[in-house]
Design a protein around this ligand. Structure first.
Ligand code: AMP
Ligand code: MG
Length: 420
C-alpha cells in the first residue's frame, strides 16, 4: 500500500525499524502504574506491589476436625470397646465461640467440627467411637495427641509472607488474603485505555452502511483485546478525519485515561488525521516498522499518557495490539512476563511474505503426536479480519525469509488459551 507513494522500497525492509527494536522503544518509555490499595474484588487479576505478611497465625486458633469429644489423650490411651474410659462431660465447644472452662482430669467437652478446642484437651475422639450416658461419655477407642485437631498456625505463622510482590492475584490468592484479613492489598491497577476510531467512512455496527461506508470493527477488536489483557477499555467512538474534532475527542478523555489507542490515520495520505494532529507537536513519533501487517505506527505520549496510533486495517490493528500494546499494558500492570507464550510448529502450507519484513501470519495451531502443527487461515491481506477469527496464533516469519515452506518450523505466538 504505502510503498507506491513512499521513496523507500519497503519490501526490501530499507528504512524500516525492526520489530524488536520498535517494541523495545515502546517498552522503554512505559512505567508500571502507581500502586493502589484496592478491595479484594477489584484487586482480582492485578499484580501485588508489596508482600502481604500474616498478622496472626493462620488459622489463629486450634479447632476440631470432627464432631465428637475433646479429651486428654493420656487418659483415653488404653480405651477399647471392652474396657471403655468413662469421662464426665463438663462443657460444650460450639463453632464461633470461645469455650467456657477447661478440660480437667476425668473430664471431656462435647465439640462440633470447626469449634475451638478447649484448654486442657489435646485430642478429639470422633462421635462414632463414643457412647453418651447421661452427663458422662464412654470412650471406646484411644486417640493420640493432636488427632483430629487442626492446629493454630498450620497454614502460616504470624510474620510469614503469604503472597509475594509480583504475584498476580487469582482465586487462590484472593482466598488466602481474605483468610488473613488482608482486605485492601497494594496492587498495580488495571490501565484505563481510551479507544478512538478515525475515519470519515466509518459507521457504528448498529447502522446499515451506505455504499462505501465501513463498520467500525477496530473499536470492538480493541475492546475485547484490552479486556482480555486485563485493561479497562472506554470506547470514545468514531471521529471524523478532522484534526480539531480529533484533538477535542482525545483531550476530553485525558482525565480518565492511562493510555490511548487510536486506529487509522497514521500513514501518509492527506486525510491521515492522527499524524496531522500530532506530527508537529512532536509528542507522538510516526515510523515504519519492518512488519506485515502493521507497518505504519505512531507512538508517544500525550500529556504524559502513552499514545498508540495504529494503522486502520483490521488485521494490522489486531497484530499491532499483540506486538506492541499488549506487552506495554503488561508492563503497566506490573507483570514480569510481558510477551505471549510461543511454540515452535511445523507449517502445513507455504507462507509467503515480504522479504524485508517480519510477517505475522495467522495460523491455527494444534498439538499432534509429532509436535505442534500450524495451518494458515487465509490470505495475507491486512483487511481480512476473518483470518484472525479462525486463528489461534501468529506465525512469525522473520525478515530475510521470503517463503517459509511447508514442512519448515516456525515460531508461533499463541493468542488464545488451549481450551478456546
Ligand atoms: P487508514 O489507516 O485510516 O488509511 O485506514 C486503512 C483501512 O482501514 C481503510 O480501508 C479503512 O476503511 C479501514 N479502517 C480504518 N479504521 C477502521 C475501523 N475502525 N474499523 C474497520 N476498518 C477501518
Ligand atoms: Mg482513515
Amino acid at each position: 500500500m504505502a510503498s507506491s507513494n513512499h521513496p523507500h522500497d519497503h519490501d526490501s525492509g530499507e528504512g524500516l525499524v525492526p520489530v524488536d527494536e520498535a517494541r523495545e522503544r515502546v517498552l522503554a518509555s512505559i512505567k508500571p502504574l502507581q500502586p493502589l490499595e484496592l478491595p479484594l474484588t477489584e484487586a482480582y487479576g492485578c499484580v501485588l506491589a508489596q508482600n502481604v505478611v500474616a498478622e496472626r497465625d493462620l488459622p489463629d486458633f486450634a479447632s476440631s476436625a470432627m464432631d465428637g469429644y475433646a479429651v486428654r489423650s493420656s487418659e483415653v490411651a488404653g480405651a477399647t470397646p471392652a474396657s471403655p474410659v468413662e469421662l464426665h462431660v463438663v462443657g460444650r465447644a460450639a463453632i464461633g465461640e470461645r469455650p467456657i472452662g477447661t478440660v480437667g482430669g476425668g473430664e471431656a467437652f462435647q465439640i462440633a467440627t470447626g469449634a475451638p478446642v478447649p484448654a486442657g484437651a489435646d485430642t478429639i475422639v470422633p462421635i462414632e467411637n463414643c457412647e453418651a450416658v447421661g452427663d458422662h461419655v464412654r470412650i471406646l477407642v484411644g486417640s493420640p495427641p493432636g488427632k483430629h485437631v487442626r492446629p493454630a498456625g498450620e497454614d502460616a505463622r504470624a510474620g510469614e509472607t503469604l503472597v509475594q510482590a509480583g504475584r498476580r492475584l487469582q482465586a487462590p490468592e484472593l482466598g488466602l488474603l481474605a483468610t488473613a484479613g488482608a482486605s485492601h492489598p497494594l496492587v498495580h491497577p488495571r490501565p484505563r485505555v481510551v479507544v478512538l476510531s478515525t475515519g470519515d467512512e466509518l459507521i457504528p455496527p448498529t447502522q446499515s452502511p451506505e455504499y462505501g461506508q465501513v463498520h467500525d470493527s477496530n473499536a470492538y477488536t480493541l475492546f475485547a483485546a484490552l479486556r482480555e489483557a486485563g485493561a479497562v477499555p472506554t470506547l470514545a467512538g468514531i471521529v471524523r478525519d478532522d484534526v480539531d474534532a480529533f484533538k477535542d475527542l482525545v483531550f476530553s478523555h485525558l482525565l480518565q485515561a492511562d493510555a490511548f489507542v487510536s486506529s487509522g490515520g497514521v500513514s501518509v495520505g492527506e486525510r491521515d488525521v492522527v499524524k496531522a494532529a500530532f506530527f508537529r507537536r512532536g509528542e507522538v513519533d510516526f515510523y515504519r516498522v519492518a512488519m506485515q501487517p502493521g507497518m505504519p505506527q505512531g507512538f508517544g505520549e500525550v500529556e504524559g499518557k502513552p499514545y498508540f496510533g495504529l494503522p486502520g486495517n483490521p488485521v494490522s490493528v489486531f497484530v499491532s495490539f499483540e506486538v506492541f500494546i499488549r506487552p506495554a499494558l503488561m508492563k503497566m500492570m506490573g507483570r514480569r512476563q510481558v510477551l505471549r507464550p510461543e511454540v515452535t510448529a511445523r507449517l502445513e502450507e507455504d507462507v509467503v511474505g515480504p522479504k524485508g519484513k517480519t510477517q505475522f501470519a495467522r495460523v491455527r495451531v494444534k498439538r499432534t503426536k509429532q509436535g505442534w502443527v500450524a495451518t494458515p487461515t487465509g490470505g495475507r491481506g491486512s483487511n481480512l479480519i476473518g483470518t484472525v477469527a479462525r486463528a489461534n496464533g501468529l506465525a512469525i516469519v522473520p525478515a530475510g525469509v521470503e517463503t517459509a515452506p511447508a514442512g519448515s518450523q516456525v515460531k508461533v505466538m499463541l493468542f488464545r488459551s488451549a481450551e478456546d
